[in-house]
Design a protein around this ligand. Structure first.
Ligand code: NAI
Length: 249
């Protein structure tokens, strides 16, 4: 059966890989990011492979923008019953230098964004008697220097996920979180720049700390998302899966 999946922050990186994977799994995919035009590469990759996708522009931290985006998806693709809350930003700084805006921006996109998107989409899942929600947490939820805002948001994602699992389970809706370790994307490339390393040096340094001996790829995370979103995964809910090349938690 073709379901409609909505993936936020899907113009690039992990979100783009998840969108491509959910499309190859047979779902029609709404590729959502801040700027609809930036979603073209992801949409084109999906359609070139024979899948169905549309680009949707929205700011997940803005309630009106989220409501409009979900209405647009319903109109153009159908009611979404798979939601991946992946959109994210970094505003790293040590606590004593972290501004109010650094805090609010990060909590706003990750936590408020996941809340607004989940609230807007759940009614379609309840109507369908089926839903899959996947939230992107991070190994930073366990604590990470320079990321008080991000770690708080990513730990918050885990409590949010478990609560959705409890509230929505009776409607056939599961909610799970993926906590990636080090994944090679524009986000980690920006971190390398900030600390004055080339991306290659950063990848080599990161791989030394990872039991499987390499950095992760967006496709590694997409594989986990595919499992959580599958029809047959209906008894797996409220879980946090660390996808980090070794044990975490
Ligand atoms: P990225 O920076 O490459 O992509 C994030 C996407 O989210 C961008 O396309 C951006 O435009 C979009 N976005 C940002 N704010 C938005 C908003 N308000 N509304 C809609 N879209 C917005 O990041 P990456 O690496 O692909 O990360 C994806 C998710 O995975 C994030 O939640 C991140 O925190 C998480 N993650 C990433 C890890 C990594 O090592 N790259 C590790 C652990 C978690």
């Amino acid at each position: 059966m073709t379901r409609v999946a909505l993936v936020t922050g899907a113009a690039r990186g992990i979100g783009a890989a998840i969108a491509r994977r959910l499309a190859s799994d047979g779902n029609a995919v709404a590729v959502l990011d801040l700027d609809a035009a930036a979603c073209a590469d992801t949409v084109d990759a999906i359609t070139a492979a024979g899948g169905q996708a549309i680009a949707v522009g929205a700011d997940v931290s803005d309630s009106a923008s989220v409501e409009a985006a979900v209405a647009e998806v319903v109109e153009r693709l159908g009611a979404p019953t798979i939601l991946v809350n992946n959109a994210g930003i970094l505003r790293d700084n040590l606590l004593f230098k972290m501004t109010d805006d650094d805090w609010d921006a990060v909590l706003g996109v990750h936590l408020r964004g996941a809340f607004l998107m989940s609230r807007a989409v759940q009614k379609h899942m309840v109507d369908a008697g089926f839903g899959r929600i996947v939230n992107l947490s991070s190994t930073s939820a366990l604590g990470n220097r320079g990321q008080a805002n991000y770690a708080a948001a990513k730990a918050g994602m885990q409590g949010f996920t478990k609560t959705l699992a409890i509230e929505l389970g009776r409607y056939g809706i599961t909610a799970n979180a993926i906590a990636p370790g080090f994944i090679a994307t524009d986000m980690t490339r920006a971190t390398a720049e900030r600390i004055g390393m080339t991306f290659d040096e950063f990848l080599v340094a990161a791989a030394k700390e990872i039991p499987v001996g390499r950095a992760g790829t967006p496709e590694d995370i997409a594989a986990a998302a595919s499992f959580f979103c599958a029809e047959e995964s209906g008894f797996t809910s409220g879980q946090v899966l660390y996808v980090a090349g070794g044990p975490k938690a």
